[in-house]
Design a protein around this ligand. Sequence first.
Ligand SMILES: NC(=O)c1ccc[n+]([C@@H]2O[C@H](COP(=O)([O-])OP(=O)(O)OC[C@H]3O[C@@H](n4cnc5c(N)ncnc54)[C@H](OP(=O)(O)O)[C@@H]3O)[C@@H](O)[C@H]2O)c1
Length: 227
Amino acid sequence: MLSPVEIGVLGATGPAGTGIAARLAAIGHNVVAGSRERSRADAVVATLREKWDARVDGLRAGTNDDAAAAQDLVIVATTWEGAVDTAAAHASALAGKVVASMANGLEKVGHEFRPVLPEAGSLAEAVQAAAPAARVASAFHMIPAATFGNLDEEMDSDVVVCSDDDVARDLVIDLVSSIPNLGAFDGGSLANSVGLEAFTAVLLTVNLRHKGSATLRLAGVDRRSPR
Ligand SMILES: NC(=O)c1ccc[n+]([C@@H]2O[C@H](COP(=O)([O-])OP(=O)(O)OC[C@H]3O[C@@H](n4cnc5c(N)ncnc54)[C@H](OP(=O)(O)O)[C@@H]3O)[C@@H](O)[C@H]2O)c1
């Protein structure tokens, strides 16, 4: 099992960043919840402390600079529109570091969601291009923020991780596996992140049209064990 690591979350003031920061702190990781504006991170962390008390002891507020300086891993949880610029703005702090991109480019058209993909192919590849010395993996695309954020709710999903860097792939798979009842799967190179990002639009459309909250579960394959 993964020992506690220090994780920074860029854009931790939105539902996804807040949820993942709380969940990771609750299982013993040290998490820096980052924002472009320190006061917004302070407010989010204060709310989480009020709600979850000692369960989020490992969480502290910071700026995105503080989050990018986290020792072991940095999660990009900004809006998808801001993900690439944020990676570029912190490229030197992210150099050599494992970076997990969870961004999905989406637009709502009528009664469905459609993927919005950058020229690079996927947002994860665009994040990698913006921070070329970072060890980028993509993950967590299809986990609803609310599930991450409700610490009383057991997670019930699989996460496919894509990366061109074995160190990044292994660490992110170990991180996913450190969250009870999340399955981790190796989805190959970062180029394959396009499939995850685009499929998220389909999954959200299914949820919209079926009034559901489906997430991803893979059948017929064993999840990857942590190292
Ligand atoms: N919501 C979900 O259920 C879910 C699930 C899986 C993946 N995702 C992905 O996770 C990411 C975050 O989702 P979310 O719903 O939490 O998004 P969100 O609430 O719209 O935004 C997250 C944070 O991004 C920061 N931000 C906004 N505009 C920015 C910009 N131009 N540049 C840099 N930072 C900016 C803001 O933080 P500050 O103003 O405090 O800096 C904001 O609180 C998205 O890329 C989304 O595709 C979401």
